[in-house]
Design a binder for this molecule. Structure first.
Ligand SMILES: NC(=O)c1ccc[n+]([C@@H]2O[C@H](COP(=O)([O-])OP(=O)(O)OC[C@H]3O[C@@H](n4cnc5c(N)ncnc54)[C@H](OP(=O)(O)O)[C@@H]3O)[C@@H](O)[C@H]2O)c1
Length: 340
């Protein structure tokens, strides 16, 4: 019998890669997405075309704030695995939308787990926890490090993390947290700093923009590739016991390093094209330094990332250049012209 997986946030970066991975492993995937005024199926259009008509991918409209529709689906399809990836995932925006962030990220997790407990206790549950939970705790951070969240996003993820542990410890559910450090890809949202850098650089080369405006570029993050991390997410639910795992590369770099590496691919001097410390992008409380220790996942799950920061920057830049009709070689030629 084929395994059935539910994915909330299937239209997002991780949800789309995870859906592809599970379909390649012969799962039947149920993607849970919210209604938006403008269809945003770009990241999953390819798998819709390939798998929906065969009944291997089914999409359902739900909103994470609507318990009854999620419960109805759990009762109807009895999934083997439930991946809760949907969230208000932007730390910067969470400062302005704190209540909604807590509602979507924290309370919805409680509702889903309560529904699994009441209706389908055998279902394994994955919670998308985040390194932002560590906040101001000095690096390196691992599963035992204390949480010191610095944003409504971080607070909401801590609440969801403990909710997941509570349903595991008090009610015996197979419920695990993946504490994932930052991971990016060509599918990262345009308002996240890494994607903003690669996308704006492609626009500069195409003549649509002159400069990239950033905030504090000294903050450090442990950046991996989403493709590596969704493999780890799947491995967490295949582990014999429900447990919590950090997924990280173990290396950290500043935003400035990310900028330098990306511009270096094209041989451009970044200082000519990047404006920093712009007030609009400074946060009321900044998480300065995240660097994960993922030894537990590497040992117990045999997980390790394939991408490093250089290959990540290259993958993202190439993809954004392609959006503007350019190959890497053509971009290098244009770069020579604009740097004169
Ligand atoms: N990427 C990272 O570095 C990272 C690190 C640690 C943890 N995480 C967590 O991992 C998960 C996946 O991250 P990601 O990078 O894939 O984020 P993403 O690209 O922003 O995707 C978030 C998904 O959640 C959906 N969503 C938001 N609000 C919803 C609601 N009220 N009802 C239903 N769906 C809703 C979004 O739908 P729309 O497409 O309609 O907006 C989207 O599909 C998130 O929970 C994130 O917080 C991410």
């Amino acid at each position: 019998m084929k395994k059935i997986a539910f994915i909330t946030g299937v239209t997002g970066q991780d949800g789309s890669y995870l859906a592809e991975l599970l379909l390649s492993k012969k799962y039947i995937v149920h993607g849970l997405l919210r209604r938006t005024s403008f269809l945003n199926l770009d990241r999953i259009q390819e798998i819709i075309d390939r798998y929906e008509s065969k009944g291997l991918l089914k999409l359902h409209y739900i909103d994470l704030t609507d318990t009854s529709s999620i419960t109805n689906l759990i009762i109807k399809y009895k999934p083997h695995e439930f991946y809760n990836l949907a969230s208000m995932s932007h730390v910067g925006i969470s400062y302005f939308t704190g209540e909604a962030t807590l509602n979507i990220n924290a309370i919805a997790t409680y509702r889903i787990l309560e529904s699994i407990l009441k209706n389908h206790k055998k279902c394994k549950f994955y919670q998308a926890s985040s390194s932002e939970m560590f906040g101001s705790t000095p690096p390196p951070q691992n599963e035992k490090s204390p949480f010191n969240p610095q944003s409504p996003y971080g607070i909401s993820k801590v609440a969801a993390y403990y909710t997941t542990r509570y349903f595991r410890q008090a009610h015996g559910l197979f419920a695990s947290n993946g504490i994932l450090f930052n991971h990016e890809s060509p599918r990262r949202g345009l308002n996240f700093v890494t994607r903003k850098i690669t996308h704006s650089l492609a626009r500069i080369l195409s003549g649509y923009e002159k400069k990239i405006y950033l905030g504090d570029i000294s903050t450090r993050r442990d950046w991996g590739h989403s493709k590596d991390y969704v493999r780890g997410i799947w491995m967490i639910l295949q582990h014999k016991r429900p447990e919590d795992f950090v997924l990280s590369t173990g290396k950290n770099y500043s935003i400035e390093d990310f900028v330098k590496k990306t511009f270096k691919i094209l041989g451009l001097n970044w200082k000519k094209f990047v404006s920093t410390n712009n007030k609009n992008f400074l946060r009321p409380s900044e998480v300065r330094n995240l660097q994960g220790n993922s030894n537990k996942a590497r040992k117990l799950l045999k997980w390790k990332p394939i991408y490093n920061l250089d290959t990540l920057c290259l993958d993202m830049l190439k993809s954004d250049l392609k959006l503007y009709g350019m190959t890497l070689e053509q971009a290098k030629e244009k770069a020579k012209k604009i740097s004169k």
